[in-house]
Ligand binder design. Structure first.
Ligand code: ADP
Length: 190
């Protein structure tokens, strides 16, 4: 199985690139952010997740890991999976390793989109006009998401680096050029 962790700060372009990777390699794309937003808004789980995401905080690991595992289980015949927005803590990364090992597979590589902070803020504020996401519209919440990323999520790259699986990709430039860098890295590594 081709199991790709697509990594990067909020606004790095993970969703856009995931669509292209999915198409090219016939993968299932799982975005935990999208899964949370697709929950029935009246459900307790959706309200709980929103209470964190609206502030730019992470949803606790136990909830997020359960949601991710039940989503992956929906695709028993997948050729591979793009994990987008997961794992976001080292606890989640360890849980994913155990979960995949139990299925006789493992993370193939982490592709990490590298984008400077100023560029991220500009992109997220721009996206707010179309996304309608409350967490995109407010500069204070955007800053909190970036701080949360730096504190809790950036260490996940070191986790995969320790396994020799981290590949940094320049996330600035045209969408097509970035896609090409991702394809090239996959071809070399898979
Ligand atoms: P972005 O990458 O643009 O910040 P996402 O759509 O991936 O946005 O996630 C939106 C929100 O959903 C996050 O700010 C967080 O609150 C929650 N979330 C998504 N994935 C996770 C995760 N793996 N762990 C904890 N919280 C998550």
């Amino acid at each position: 199985m081709l199991n790709i962790v697509l990594f990067g700060p909020p606004g790095a372009g993970k969703g856009t690139q995931a669509d292209r990777l999915k198409e090219k390699y016939d993968l299932v794309h799982i975005s935990t952010g999208d899964v949370f937003r697709a929950l029935d808004p009246e459900s307790d789980l959706a309200k709980l997740a929103k209470s964190y995401s609206d502030k730019g905080d992470l949803v606790p690991d136990d909830i997020t890991i359960k949601i991710l595992e039940s989503e992956v289980t929906k695709y028993p015949n997948a050729k591979g999976v793009i994990y987008d927005g997961f794992p976001r803590t080292t606890g989640q990364a360890k849980a994913l390793d155990l979960f995949l090992a139990a299925k006789g597979t493992s993370v193939t590589m982490m592709l990490s989109l590298v984008v400077p902070e100023d560029e991220l803020k500009t992109r997220l504020i721009g996206r707010a006009k179309d996304s309608g996401r409350e967490d995109d519209a407010n500069p204070i919440i955007i800053q909190n998401r970036i701080n949360t990323y730096n504190k809790s999520t950036a260490p996940v790259a070191d986790y995969y680096k320790g396994q020799g699986k981290l590949i940094d990709i320049n996330g600035v430039g045209s969408i097509g050029d970035i896609t090409k860098s991702l394809f090239d890295s996959i071809e070399i590594t898979k």
